[in-house]
Design a protein around this ligand. Structure first.
Ligand code: SF4
Length: 446
Protein backbone atom coordinates (compact mmCIF):
# COMPACT_ATOMS: atom_id res chain seq x y z
CA UNK A 1 0.00 0.00 0.00
CA UNK A 2 2.77 2.41 0.90
CA UNK A 3 4.53 1.65 -2.39
CA UNK A 4 1.38 2.47 -4.34
CA UNK A 5 1.26 5.89 -2.69
CA UNK A 6 4.96 6.55 -3.28
CA UNK A 7 5.23 6.70 0.50
CA UNK A 8 8.42 5.35 2.04
CA UNK A 9 7.71 5.61 5.75
CA UNK A 10 5.81 7.42 8.45
CA UNK A 11 7.97 8.20 11.46
CA UNK A 12 6.54 9.53 14.69
CA UNK A 13 8.62 10.31 17.73
CA UNK A 14 7.25 11.44 21.07
CA UNK A 15 9.39 13.34 23.53
CA UNK A 16 7.28 13.57 26.65
CA UNK A 17 7.64 10.06 27.99
CA UNK A 18 4.90 7.86 29.37
CA UNK A 19 3.06 8.27 32.63
CA UNK A 20 1.82 5.16 34.39
CA UNK A 21 -1.09 5.75 36.77
CA UNK A 22 -0.30 2.79 39.04
CA UNK A 23 3.35 1.79 38.55
CA UNK A 24 3.28 -0.85 41.30
CA UNK A 25 0.33 -2.73 39.84
CA UNK A 26 1.81 -2.35 36.36
CA UNK A 27 5.08 -3.91 37.53
CA UNK A 28 3.22 -6.81 39.16
CA UNK A 29 1.66 -7.57 35.78
CA UNK A 30 4.95 -7.09 33.99
CA UNK A 31 6.72 -9.54 36.33
CA UNK A 32 4.01 -12.17 35.78
CA UNK A 33 4.45 -11.77 32.06
CA UNK A 34 8.25 -11.78 32.17
CA UNK A 35 8.52 -14.76 34.48
CA UNK A 36 6.07 -16.82 32.45
CA UNK A 37 8.15 -16.23 29.32
CA UNK A 38 11.56 -16.65 30.92
CA UNK A 39 10.98 -19.30 33.61
CA UNK A 40 7.53 -20.74 32.90
CA UNK A 41 6.23 -22.73 29.96
CA UNK A 42 6.30 -19.64 27.78
CA UNK A 43 10.08 -20.01 27.60
CA UNK A 44 9.58 -22.75 25.02
CA UNK A 45 7.69 -20.41 22.73
CA UNK A 46 10.29 -17.69 23.21
CA UNK A 47 13.12 -20.09 22.40
CA UNK A 48 11.30 -21.40 19.32
CA UNK A 49 11.13 -17.91 17.81
CA UNK A 50 14.46 -16.51 18.97
CA UNK A 51 17.10 -19.26 19.19
CA UNK A 52 19.55 -19.41 16.29
CA UNK A 53 17.78 -18.34 13.12
CA UNK A 54 14.64 -17.86 15.22
CA UNK A 55 11.38 -18.32 13.35
CA UNK A 56 13.56 -19.23 10.39
CA UNK A 57 14.71 -22.37 12.18
CA UNK A 58 11.18 -23.75 12.07
CA UNK A 59 11.17 -23.35 8.27
CA UNK A 60 13.33 -26.45 7.99
CA UNK A 61 10.76 -28.34 10.08
CA UNK A 62 7.99 -27.17 7.73
CA UNK A 63 9.99 -28.40 4.78
CA UNK A 64 10.81 -31.76 6.36
CA UNK A 65 7.16 -32.43 7.17
CA UNK A 66 5.83 -31.40 3.76
CA UNK A 67 3.92 -28.45 5.14
CA UNK A 68 5.56 -25.73 3.06
CA UNK A 69 3.94 -24.12 0.05
CA UNK A 70 6.03 -24.73 -3.07
CA UNK A 71 5.07 -22.36 -5.89
CA UNK A 72 1.67 -20.72 -6.09
CA UNK A 73 -0.04 -23.27 -3.81
CA UNK A 74 0.29 -26.07 -6.39
CA UNK A 75 2.47 -28.29 -4.25
CA UNK A 76 3.31 -28.72 -0.59
CA UNK A 77 6.51 -30.65 -1.06
CA UNK A 78 9.76 -28.72 -1.34
CA UNK A 79 12.18 -30.61 -3.62
CA UNK A 80 15.29 -31.94 -1.83
CA UNK A 81 17.59 -29.11 -0.84
CA UNK A 82 21.35 -29.15 -0.55
CA UNK A 83 22.85 -28.26 2.81
CA UNK A 84 23.55 -24.66 1.84
CA UNK A 85 19.97 -24.26 0.60
CA UNK A 86 18.54 -25.02 4.03
CA UNK A 87 17.73 -22.25 6.45
CA UNK A 88 19.86 -23.81 9.17
CA UNK A 89 22.98 -23.06 7.12
CA UNK A 90 22.10 -19.37 7.11
CA UNK A 91 23.03 -19.07 10.79
CA UNK A 92 26.62 -18.30 9.82
CA UNK A 93 25.44 -14.88 8.61
CA UNK A 94 23.53 -14.12 11.79
CA UNK A 95 24.64 -10.97 13.60
CA UNK A 96 22.15 -11.32 16.45
CA UNK A 97 18.57 -10.98 17.53
CA UNK A 98 16.76 -7.76 18.20
CA UNK A 99 13.24 -6.68 18.97
CA UNK A 100 11.04 -4.38 20.97
CA UNK A 101 12.10 -2.81 24.24
CA UNK A 102 11.86 -5.03 27.32
CA UNK A 103 10.56 -8.01 25.35
CA UNK A 104 12.22 -11.29 26.33
CA UNK A 105 11.72 -12.69 22.81
CA UNK A 106 13.74 -10.26 20.66
CA UNK A 107 12.24 -12.13 17.75
CA UNK A 108 13.79 -10.29 14.79
CA UNK A 109 17.00 -11.66 13.36
CA UNK A 110 19.73 -9.44 11.95
CA UNK A 111 22.00 -10.79 9.22
CA UNK A 112 24.95 -9.53 7.27
CA UNK A 113 25.17 -11.42 4.00
CA UNK A 114 28.12 -10.27 1.90
CA UNK A 115 27.52 -6.70 3.03
CA UNK A 116 23.73 -6.78 2.57
CA UNK A 117 22.59 -6.09 6.11
CA UNK A 118 19.19 -5.97 7.65
CA UNK A 119 16.61 -7.72 9.74
CA UNK A 120 13.87 -10.22 9.19
CA UNK A 121 10.93 -11.57 11.09
CA UNK A 122 8.45 -14.39 10.79
CA UNK A 123 6.75 -14.73 7.40
CA UNK A 124 9.63 -13.07 5.59
CA UNK A 125 11.37 -16.41 5.84
CA UNK A 126 8.78 -17.98 3.58
CA UNK A 127 8.37 -15.03 1.22
CA UNK A 128 10.82 -15.04 -1.69
CA UNK A 129 11.87 -18.57 -0.93
CA UNK A 130 9.38 -21.35 -1.51
CA UNK A 131 6.46 -19.53 -3.13
CA UNK A 132 8.64 -18.33 -6.00
CA UNK A 133 10.53 -21.68 -6.08
CA UNK A 134 13.82 -20.06 -5.22
CA UNK A 135 16.40 -22.28 -3.54
CA UNK A 136 19.23 -19.76 -3.37
CA UNK A 137 19.18 -18.22 0.11
CA UNK A 138 21.44 -15.35 -0.90
CA UNK A 139 18.95 -14.39 -3.62
CA UNK A 140 16.16 -14.75 -1.06
CA UNK A 141 18.01 -12.43 1.30
CA UNK A 142 18.70 -9.75 -1.33
CA UNK A 143 15.03 -9.73 -2.36
CA UNK A 144 13.87 -9.51 1.25
CA UNK A 145 16.06 -6.53 1.88
CA UNK A 146 15.05 -4.80 -1.34
CA UNK A 147 11.41 -5.20 -0.37
CA UNK A 148 12.05 -3.98 3.18
CA UNK A 149 13.90 -0.92 1.97
CA UNK A 150 10.96 0.06 -0.19
CA UNK A 151 8.69 -0.45 2.85
CA UNK A 152 6.73 -3.11 0.99
CA UNK A 153 4.97 -6.06 2.53
CA UNK A 154 6.97 -9.23 1.92
CA UNK A 155 4.02 -11.63 2.03
CA UNK A 156 1.94 -9.89 -0.57
CA UNK A 157 4.81 -8.97 -2.86
CA UNK A 158 6.15 -12.53 -2.91
CA UNK A 159 2.62 -13.92 -3.32
CA UNK A 160 1.94 -11.53 -6.20
CA UNK A 161 5.19 -12.60 -7.85
CA UNK A 162 4.32 -16.29 -7.44
CA UNK A 163 0.94 -15.62 -9.07
CA UNK A 164 2.62 -13.93 -12.07
CA UNK A 165 5.00 -16.89 -12.38
CA UNK A 166 2.06 -19.28 -12.30
CA UNK A 167 0.30 -17.25 -15.02
CA UNK A 168 3.47 -17.23 -17.12
CA UNK A 169 4.01 -20.97 -16.77
CA UNK A 170 0.43 -21.61 -17.85
CA UNK A 171 0.61 -19.30 -20.86
CA UNK A 172 -1.90 -16.81 -19.45
CA UNK A 173 0.67 -14.03 -19.68
CA UNK A 174 3.88 -13.73 -21.68
CA UNK A 175 7.03 -11.70 -21.18
CA UNK A 176 5.35 -8.96 -23.24
CA UNK A 177 2.86 -8.50 -20.37
CA UNK A 178 5.67 -7.94 -17.87
CA UNK A 179 7.75 -5.40 -19.75
CA UNK A 180 9.87 -8.02 -21.50
CA UNK A 181 10.97 -9.87 -18.36
CA UNK A 182 9.86 -13.53 -18.37
CA UNK A 183 8.26 -14.51 -15.07
CA UNK A 184 10.21 -17.71 -14.65
CA UNK A 185 10.13 -19.65 -11.39
CA UNK A 186 13.05 -18.88 -9.11
CA UNK A 187 14.33 -16.02 -11.28
CA UNK A 188 15.94 -13.23 -9.28
CA UNK A 189 15.51 -10.88 -12.22
CA UNK A 190 11.77 -11.57 -12.33
CA UNK A 191 11.32 -11.08 -8.56
CA UNK A 192 13.45 -7.95 -8.52
CA UNK A 193 11.54 -6.50 -11.46
CA UNK A 194 8.18 -7.07 -9.75
CA UNK A 195 9.40 -5.35 -6.57
CA UNK A 196 10.91 -2.39 -8.44
CA UNK A 197 7.94 -1.93 -10.77
CA UNK A 198 5.40 -1.99 -7.94
CA UNK A 199 7.50 0.33 -5.78
CA UNK A 200 7.91 2.83 -8.61
CA UNK A 201 4.45 2.26 -10.05
CA UNK A 202 6.06 1.80 -13.41
CA UNK A 203 5.03 -0.28 -16.42
CA UNK A 204 3.15 -3.41 -15.40
CA UNK A 205 3.76 -2.46 -11.75
CA UNK A 206 0.96 0.07 -12.09
CA UNK A 207 -1.38 -2.84 -12.78
CA UNK A 208 -0.46 -4.51 -9.51
CA UNK A 209 -0.48 -1.72 -6.96
CA UNK A 210 -4.11 -2.12 -5.87
CA UNK A 211 -3.69 -5.80 -5.12
CA UNK A 212 -4.16 -9.12 -6.79
CA UNK A 213 -7.93 -9.00 -7.41
CA UNK A 214 -8.00 -5.66 -9.30
CA UNK A 215 -4.89 -6.82 -11.20
CA UNK A 216 -6.61 -10.09 -12.18
CA UNK A 217 -9.68 -8.21 -13.38
CA UNK A 218 -7.51 -6.02 -15.56
CA UNK A 219 -5.49 -8.93 -16.95
CA UNK A 220 -8.58 -11.11 -17.48
CA UNK A 221 -7.95 -14.43 -19.23
CA UNK A 222 -9.10 -16.44 -16.16
CA UNK A 223 -6.15 -15.13 -14.17
CA UNK A 224 -8.46 -14.66 -11.16
CA UNK A 225 -8.77 -18.44 -10.87
CA UNK A 226 -5.10 -18.63 -9.94
CA UNK A 227 -5.15 -15.75 -7.48
CA UNK A 228 -4.67 -16.89 -3.88
CA UNK A 229 -6.31 -14.26 -1.72
CA UNK A 230 -9.07 -13.57 0.72
CA UNK A 231 -10.65 -10.18 0.19
CA UNK A 232 -7.66 -9.11 -1.84
CA UNK A 233 -5.26 -10.05 0.96
CA UNK A 234 -2.60 -12.59 0.12
CA UNK A 235 -2.32 -15.07 3.01
CA UNK A 236 0.79 -15.97 4.98
CA UNK A 237 2.93 -17.70 2.35
CA UNK A 238 4.29 -20.52 4.50
CA UNK A 239 1.04 -22.36 4.86
CA UNK A 240 -2.22 -22.93 3.01
CA UNK A 241 -5.32 -22.58 5.19
CA UNK A 242 -7.29 -25.71 5.90
CA UNK A 243 -10.65 -26.66 7.39
CA UNK A 244 -12.48 -24.14 9.52
CA UNK A 245 -9.92 -21.43 8.77
CA UNK A 246 -11.22 -21.32 5.21
CA UNK A 247 -14.73 -20.89 6.63
CA UNK A 248 -13.56 -17.88 8.63
CA UNK A 249 -11.62 -16.48 5.72
CA UNK A 250 -14.78 -16.51 3.64
CA UNK A 251 -16.02 -13.94 6.11
CA UNK A 252 -15.04 -10.69 4.48
CA UNK A 253 -11.98 -9.23 6.07
CA UNK A 254 -11.06 -12.24 8.13
CA UNK A 255 -7.57 -13.34 7.39
CA UNK A 256 -4.63 -14.79 9.20
CA UNK A 257 -4.21 -11.35 10.73
CA UNK A 258 -7.41 -11.94 12.67
CA UNK A 259 -7.22 -15.64 13.36
CA UNK A 260 -3.99 -17.53 13.83
CA UNK A 261 -4.65 -20.98 12.31
CA UNK A 262 -3.32 -23.63 14.66
CA UNK A 263 -2.31 -25.95 11.83
CA UNK A 264 -0.04 -23.19 10.49
CA UNK A 265 2.69 -23.99 12.96
CA UNK A 266 1.61 -26.64 15.45
CA UNK A 267 3.21 -29.47 13.46
CA UNK A 268 6.59 -27.79 13.29
CA UNK A 269 6.27 -26.98 17.02
CA UNK A 270 5.85 -30.68 17.91
CA UNK A 271 9.10 -31.41 16.14
CA UNK A 272 10.92 -28.45 17.65
CA UNK A 273 9.68 -29.17 21.18
CA UNK A 274 10.27 -32.93 21.33
CA UNK A 275 14.07 -32.85 21.90
CA UNK A 276 13.72 -29.93 24.34
CA UNK A 277 11.34 -31.98 26.49
CA UNK A 278 13.33 -35.17 25.93
CA UNK A 279 10.29 -36.97 24.50
CA UNK A 280 9.36 -38.47 21.14
CA UNK A 281 7.63 -36.33 18.55
CA UNK A 282 4.43 -38.30 19.11
CA UNK A 283 4.60 -37.60 22.86
CA UNK A 284 5.26 -33.92 22.19
CA UNK A 285 2.21 -33.89 19.92
CA UNK A 286 0.06 -35.39 22.69
CA UNK A 287 1.33 -32.86 25.25
CA UNK A 288 0.80 -29.86 22.98
CA UNK A 289 -2.63 -31.03 21.83
CA UNK A 290 -3.70 -31.56 25.42
CA UNK A 291 -2.66 -28.01 26.23
CA UNK A 292 -4.55 -26.62 23.23
CA UNK A 293 -7.61 -28.66 24.25
CA UNK A 294 -7.49 -27.36 27.83
CA UNK A 295 -7.44 -23.82 26.49
CA UNK A 296 -10.27 -24.54 24.04
CA UNK A 297 -12.43 -26.09 26.74
CA UNK A 298 -11.86 -23.15 29.08
CA UNK A 299 -12.68 -20.54 26.45
CA UNK A 300 -15.27 -22.23 24.22
CA UNK A 301 -16.57 -25.21 26.20
CA UNK A 302 -15.41 -27.63 23.48
CA UNK A 303 -12.03 -29.36 23.80
CA UNK A 304 -11.84 -29.86 20.03
CA UNK A 305 -12.79 -26.37 18.91
CA UNK A 306 -9.14 -25.46 18.16
CA UNK A 307 -8.89 -28.23 15.57
CA UNK A 308 -9.52 -26.79 12.14
CA UNK A 309 -11.20 -30.00 11.00
CA UNK A 310 -13.41 -29.88 14.11
CA UNK A 311 -15.71 -27.51 12.17
CA UNK A 312 -18.58 -27.39 14.66
CA UNK A 313 -17.12 -24.88 17.09
CA UNK A 314 -14.18 -23.60 15.10
CA UNK A 315 -15.93 -20.24 14.73
CA UNK A 316 -16.13 -20.06 18.54
CA UNK A 317 -12.39 -20.63 18.74
CA UNK A 318 -11.81 -18.12 15.94
CA UNK A 319 -13.68 -15.45 17.86
CA UNK A 320 -11.69 -16.15 21.04
CA UNK A 321 -8.55 -15.91 18.93
CA UNK A 322 -9.39 -12.68 17.13
CA UNK A 323 -10.56 -11.16 20.42
CA UNK A 324 -7.19 -12.01 22.01
CA UNK A 325 -5.36 -10.37 19.09
CA UNK A 326 -7.61 -7.34 19.06
CA UNK A 327 -7.39 -6.83 22.85
CA UNK A 328 -3.61 -6.72 22.43
CA UNK A 329 -3.91 -4.21 19.60
CA UNK A 330 -6.07 -1.97 21.77
CA UNK A 331 -3.77 -2.17 24.80
CA UNK A 332 -0.52 -1.95 22.83
CA UNK A 333 0.68 -5.39 23.90
CA UNK A 334 2.37 -7.58 21.27
CA UNK A 335 -0.23 -10.12 20.15
CA UNK A 336 2.51 -12.59 19.25
CA UNK A 337 2.98 -13.23 22.98
CA UNK A 338 -0.68 -13.70 23.84
CA UNK A 339 -3.64 -16.08 23.68
CA UNK A 340 -3.30 -15.79 19.94
CA UNK A 341 -1.00 -18.84 20.11
CA UNK A 342 -2.00 -21.03 23.08
CA UNK A 343 -0.97 -24.05 21.01
CA UNK A 344 2.62 -22.73 21.12
CA UNK A 345 2.53 -22.13 24.89
CA UNK A 346 1.93 -18.41 24.50
CA UNK A 347 -0.28 -16.60 26.98
CA UNK A 348 -1.74 -13.15 27.73
CA UNK A 349 -5.49 -12.89 27.61
CA UNK A 350 -7.94 -9.98 27.29
CA UNK A 351 -8.18 -10.13 31.10
CA UNK A 352 -4.49 -9.31 31.56
CA UNK A 353 -4.76 -6.64 28.87
CA UNK A 354 -7.67 -5.03 30.70
CA UNK A 355 -5.69 -5.06 33.96
CA UNK A 356 -2.71 -3.48 32.21
CA UNK A 357 -4.88 -0.73 30.70
CA UNK A 358 -6.38 -0.04 34.14
CA UNK A 359 -2.95 0.15 35.78
CA UNK A 360 -1.50 2.29 33.02
CA UNK A 361 -4.36 4.77 32.68
CA UNK A 362 -5.98 4.77 36.11
CA UNK A 363 -9.36 3.94 34.57
CA UNK A 364 -11.38 0.90 35.56
CA UNK A 365 -11.14 -1.10 32.34
CA UNK A 366 -12.83 -4.47 32.79
CA UNK A 367 -12.37 -7.51 30.57
CA UNK A 368 -15.98 -7.15 29.44
CA UNK A 369 -15.38 -3.54 28.38
CA UNK A 370 -12.32 -4.53 26.39
CA UNK A 371 -14.06 -7.46 24.69
CA UNK A 372 -17.00 -5.21 23.89
CA UNK A 373 -14.66 -2.60 22.40
CA UNK A 374 -13.17 -5.27 20.16
CA UNK A 375 -16.59 -6.51 19.15
CA UNK A 376 -17.81 -3.04 18.18
CA UNK A 377 -14.66 -2.38 16.24
CA UNK A 378 -15.00 -5.68 14.42
CA UNK A 379 -18.64 -5.01 13.52
CA UNK A 380 -17.69 -1.61 12.16
CA UNK A 381 -14.96 -3.21 10.11
CA UNK A 382 -17.34 -5.81 8.67
CA UNK A 383 -19.85 -3.07 7.84
CA UNK A 384 -17.08 -1.10 6.15
CA UNK A 385 -16.17 -4.11 4.00
CA UNK A 386 -19.74 -4.32 2.82
CA UNK A 387 -19.68 -0.60 2.07
CA UNK A 388 -16.62 -1.21 -0.12
CA UNK A 389 -18.41 -4.01 -1.95
CA UNK A 390 -21.68 -2.16 -2.45
CA UNK A 391 -20.67 1.46 -2.84
CA UNK A 392 -17.19 1.20 -4.33
CA UNK A 393 -17.71 -1.97 -6.38
CA UNK A 394 -14.94 -3.98 -4.74
CA UNK A 395 -15.71 -7.53 -5.74
CA UNK A 396 -15.38 -10.48 -3.39
CA UNK A 397 -13.66 -13.34 -5.14
CA UNK A 398 -13.32 -16.83 -3.75
CA UNK A 399 -9.81 -18.28 -3.85
CA UNK A 400 -10.63 -21.31 -6.00
CA UNK A 401 -7.13 -22.69 -5.62
CA UNK A 402 -7.75 -23.12 -1.90
CA UNK A 403 -10.72 -25.37 -2.55
CA UNK A 404 -9.11 -28.09 -4.67
CA UNK A 405 -7.92 -31.31 -2.99
CA UNK A 406 -4.32 -31.20 -1.80
CA UNK A 407 -2.22 -32.92 -4.46
CA UNK A 408 0.59 -33.86 -2.08
CA UNK A 409 2.26 -33.00 1.21
CA UNK A 410 1.29 -33.43 4.85
CA UNK A 411 -2.41 -32.88 4.13
CA UNK A 412 -2.43 -34.86 0.88
CA UNK A 413 -5.96 -35.52 -0.32
CA UNK A 414 -7.51 -33.09 2.16
CA UNK A 415 -10.35 -31.17 0.62
CA UNK A 416 -12.25 -28.19 1.82
CA UNK A 417 -15.79 -29.22 2.55
CA UNK A 418 -17.46 -26.06 1.33
CA UNK A 419 -20.72 -26.87 3.10
CA UNK A 420 -18.92 -27.19 6.41
CA UNK A 421 -16.89 -24.06 5.69
CA UNK A 422 -20.16 -22.21 5.14
CA UNK A 423 -21.45 -23.59 8.45
CA UNK A 424 -18.38 -22.12 10.17
CA UNK A 425 -19.14 -18.83 8.46
CA UNK A 426 -22.75 -18.85 9.57
CA UNK A 427 -21.82 -19.79 13.14
CA UNK A 428 -19.38 -16.86 13.16
CA UNK A 429 -22.20 -14.56 12.02
CA UNK A 430 -24.54 -15.93 14.66
CA UNK A 431 -22.02 -15.40 17.47
CA UNK A 432 -21.00 -11.95 16.30
CA UNK A 433 -24.51 -10.66 15.59
CA UNK A 434 -24.10 -10.42 11.83
CA UNK A 435 -26.76 -11.23 9.23
CA UNK A 436 -25.30 -14.20 7.29
CA UNK A 437 -27.14 -13.18 4.12
CA UNK A 438 -26.09 -9.53 3.97
CA UNK A 439 -22.98 -9.86 6.14
CA UNK A 440 -24.06 -6.63 7.82
CA UNK A 441 -24.25 -6.25 11.60
CA UNK A 442 -27.77 -6.74 12.95
CA UNK A 443 -29.50 -3.56 14.08
CA UNK A 444 -29.72 -4.97 17.59
CA UNK A 445 -25.91 -5.06 17.78
CA UNK A 446 -25.32 -1.45 16.82
S1 SF4 B 1 7.23 -7.52 21.37
FE1 SF4 B 1 6.56 -9.04 19.83
S2 SF4 B 1 7.41 -8.30 17.87
FE2 SF4 B 1 8.53 -7.25 19.56
S3 SF4 B 1 10.36 -8.52 19.94
FE3 SF4 B 1 8.73 -9.21 21.34
S4 SF4 B 1 7.70 -10.91 20.29
FE4 SF4 B 1 8.90 -9.78 18.78
Amino acid sequence: MMGSKNLKAVAVRGTKGLKIADPEEFMVLWRQFYEYYTKGEGRYFIASISEGTGVGATMDYYRDRDLAVWGNYDSFVVPPLKKDEQMESFEKYLVGGMGCSFCPAQCHQMYDVDGVRGGIHCGGYAGFHWVVKNKDLKVWWRLNQLCQRYGMDLYSTAGMTAWLMDLYENGIITAADTDGVPMEWGSEEACRTVIEKIARKEGFGELLVDGIVPAAHRIGRSSIQRAVQFRNQIPFPGFAPIGGTVGLQLMGGTSEVWVHPTAADIHSFYAWLAPRLGVSEQEAENIVNEKASDFAERTTGDRDSWREDGWEHYADYGIVNETAISACDISGHCDWLSDRCPHLYAWWSPEENAQAISAATGTNCTTEMLVDAHRRRRLLELAYHQLCVRAFGEQEEIALKMLVPRPDGHFKGATIDIEKALQVLSRYCELMGVDPATKLPLRSEL
